[in-house]
Structure formats: C-alpha cells, structure tokens
Design a protein around this ligand. Structure first.
Ligand code: CMP
Ligand code: MG
Length: 408
C-alpha cells in the first residue's frame, strides 16, 4: 500500500537507523548530506526508483538524508523482503550489489570528508571480504562445472525401484555424480545447489536426460523382456521452464530409440508452485514419458497438484516416511496411501532401509519401494547386471495404474 507524503518532508536523516527501503511510485526526492554545516545535494530520484536500501543491506545507519521535493507516493520495502531476495541470490550477484553499495558509500564519505571507521566500518569490510571469497568460490565452481561437462566428469548412477511384492526391478532412478579430479566422487548436494543458483543446472539436466535415455536403451536390451525397467530422471525447475525442454526430451528419446514407457521424469512439488507447467507435463505424456511427483509429503504438499497436473506416480519422500514409521500409528501415511490408491496412482516409497519397513509399506498399499534395503545407487554397468538378473515383472492390478500404461 502506498503512502502519500507532502513536498518538503524529511523522510529520514543521515545517521538514523534504517528498517525499510522506499520505492518511489510518484514524485521526486532529494538525497543530501551535511558538510561543515551546509547541505550538499547528492542526487534526485524520481518515479520508479528505490532509495534507503543501503542501510538495510548491511545494517549500517542511513548514509544520507532524504527529503521530498514534490508530493510523493511511496511504498515501503521491508528489510525482510529485501533480505529474503538477497539470501536466495547468486553469490556473484550479491558481490556486485555489495560493491555498488560500497561505491555509493565512498561517494558519500568523500563529500562528508570522512572515512568509514569504528565498528560499523569494520563489520562492513569483513562482510565485504566474505562476499568476495564466496563470489570467488562461485566463479571457480562455475569454471569447474564447465570443464566437468566438457571432459565427461559427470556420471549417472542408478538406484533400482522395486515392486514391493516380488522384489523385481521395475525402474531405475538416474542420479548425477561428479567424479571430481581432486575431490573424488561428489554427490549432487555438493554441486547442484550452486548449479541451480548460477543457471548451469539446465546444462547438467540436458546432459542427464540424453545420458539417461541412452542408459534406458541399454537396460531395455539387457532386460530382454516386456515391460523392461524404465529410467527415471530428475528434472529441475529451471530446466522444466526452459522453452526448449520438450524438444530436447523428444530429441533424446528419438536418438536412443526409446519405446513409450522407457522414460519417466521426476518433478518436485516445489517446482510446480507458481509455474504453469501443465502443458509441459502433458507434452511429456504425449511423448510416452511418464511423470512422477518427487519428494511427495514434504514442502508444500498440495493435493490439488494431483488433479491439476498429469501425474502418473507419487514418490513419497524418505524423511516423511522415517517420521511416519517411527511413531506408533502412521495415520498420515495411511491416509496418503489410501488417497493415492483411490486416485489410481501407484506410490514409490523412498528411503526404505529395512525389510520391516518394506512389508509395512506393502501392507499399507505402496506398490513400489526404493532405498538402501534394496540397493544403493550403482554405476551403469552394475545396474545393467542387476536388470539382467532381475526376473520378469508382472504389472500390479490395473486399478493402480491411471492414464496411459506408461508405468504399468
Ligand atoms: P540508505 O543509506 O539506507 O539511506 C540514504 C539513501 O540515500 C541510501 O540508502 C541510498 O538509497 C541513497 N544514496 C546515498 N548516497 C547516494 C549516492 N551517492 N547516489 C545515489 N543515492 C544515494
Ligand atoms: Mg528423485
């Protein structure tokens, strides 16, 4: 909501503590500092500009006084709003911002004839040094990721998804690993968050999709039976919203000559929030690619997703499963499994570590399971051998399979 302020109002004075920035919707303000008893104007800001952001970003006092020169309409931007955006930002972007702010501050300090000193100055310098280090690490990582992709340091490992009743391998989830030349084999948690922040994730996802399709083709040959196990690939939110995504999937499926049902994409609830992905997911189905809702039971579980999006399988998150099975009765788990059954959605229970968990889940209606109890993720050659050894697979009752028989 905007606030109206008359011309000539001092919005805040140099040295005041700051708890919000201001977006100037309409009007004009003057930014000034006091020097030897005289007011020195630094600049004027007009409609569409932001001011008062510096004190928020690094917790120092207002660097200047701001006075309205005409009647203004202002919108307060809270410290929380600004910091939430900064927290999620790429370190390189944060460094750029802190350098800009440092530059503005030094202009103000030159006009005032003082330099930053005392606690506030030191704190800001330390924060800036930390930001530089973080940004340098991010830049180095980006270069290393590029090199990793061109030199083939990424690998896909595969974890079987098994039918709880028979223990047969129904599918394999492809999980990225980075064989780092100095740090050894790295899990996704060591590089995917950074790759998401700098946008590199799209390239890793494109590589993983092509690689998973090629692996799926090999598994189909190794299985020598129908239906052969499918390969399930995790797709990040930035990759899903990429306009080239469907074409890329279609290309990978075509190149590997995959049969319908040989590929599944895993999307998280979080990536569905606020994004209009119905068309993309329907496009996957049209290509014969199934869609699994990953990490179900965490975050923003909204049952409306199950209706709004063409989803073929639910993957019940491991943390949720551990919590549920630690308690006496797992009513929420029962509820979810009953609901999935009513909707005809097969459930893959993730994170199964013991046989008692496996049998309880089967009793409660989960059709498939994944976890260390069956196998940890293994390199492609081992996964192929596992597929060869796994006996023929019979689909569960048709009531558990909705839509086209992609994952039946
Ligand atoms: P803040 O330090 O929170 O409060 C005073 C505001 O004036 C500051 O944020 C900036 O928005 C603005 N400001 C200070 N110095 C300059 C400058 N040299 N040029 C433009 N804007 C400035
Ligand atoms: Mg997954």
């Amino acid at each position: 909501m905007s606030v109206r302020v008359e011309a000539g109002t001092v919005l805040f004075r140099e040295g005041d503590p700051g708890d919000c920035a201001w977006f100037l919707e309409r009007g004009e303000v003057e930014v000034s500092v006091e020097r030897h008893g005289r007011t020195v104007a630094l600049c004027r800001k007009g409609g569409g500009e932001l001011f008062g952001e510096m004190a928020i970003v690094d917790g120092r006092r207002r660097s200047a006084t701001v006075t309205t020169t005409t009647d203004c309409e202002l919108i307060a931007v809270t410290r929380g709003q600004l910091l939430a955006r900064l927290d999620g930002a790429d370190p390189v972007l944060r460094l750029t911002l802190s350098l800009l702010i440092e530059r503005l501050r030094s202009t103000v300090e030159q006009v005032q004839g003082v330099t930053a000193s005392g606690d506030g100055g030191e704190r800001a310098a330390t924060a800036c040094a930390a930001a530089r280090l973080e940004a340098a690490a991010a830049i180095r990582l980006e270069r290393e990721l590029e090199q990793a992709l061109t030199e083939g340091q990424f690998e896909l490992h595969f974890q079987p998804i098994v039918a709880l009743g028979s223990g047969r391998v129904r599918g394999l989830e492809a999980l990225a690993r980075w064989r780092h030349p100095e740090r050894g084999l790295l899990p996704p948690s060591a590089f995917l968050p950074a790759a998401e922040a700098n946008g590199f994730i799209r390239r890793i996802d494109a590589w993983a999709m092509a690689e998973a399709c090629a692996a799926s083709r090999k598994f189909q040959r190794a299985a020598g039976r129908e239906p052969a196990p499918y390969v399930s690939v995790n797709v990040s939110a930035p990759a899903l919203t990429d306009p080239a995504f469907l074409d890329r999937v279609a290309g990978s499926v075509r190149t590997a000559e995959l049969a319908p049902g040989a590929l599944q994409v895993e999307v998280t609830e979080t990536s569905l929030i606020g994004a209009d992905l119905g068309g993309v997911l329907a496009g996957c189905r049209a290509l014969g690619v199934a869609v699994a809702l990953d990490d179900f039971g965490t975050g923003y579980s909204s049952l409306s997703y199950l209706h709004r999006f063409p989803i073929d399988t639910l993957k019940l998150d491991r943390s949720f499963l551990c919590d549920a099975l630690a308690g006496e009765a797992p009513p929420l788990l029962r509820g979810i499994l009953r609901l999935a059954g009513d909707l005809g959605l097969p459930v893959v229970a993730e994170g199964i570590e013991r046989s008692d968990q496996s049998s309880l889940l089967a009793e409660l209606g989960a059709v498939y399971g994944q976890g260390f109890h069956f196998s940890k993720p293994v390199p492609a050659a081992e996964a192929e051998a596992m597929v060869e050894r796994s006996p023929g697979y019979s689909p569960p009752s048709p009531a558990l399979c909705r839509g086209p028989p992609l994952v039946s």
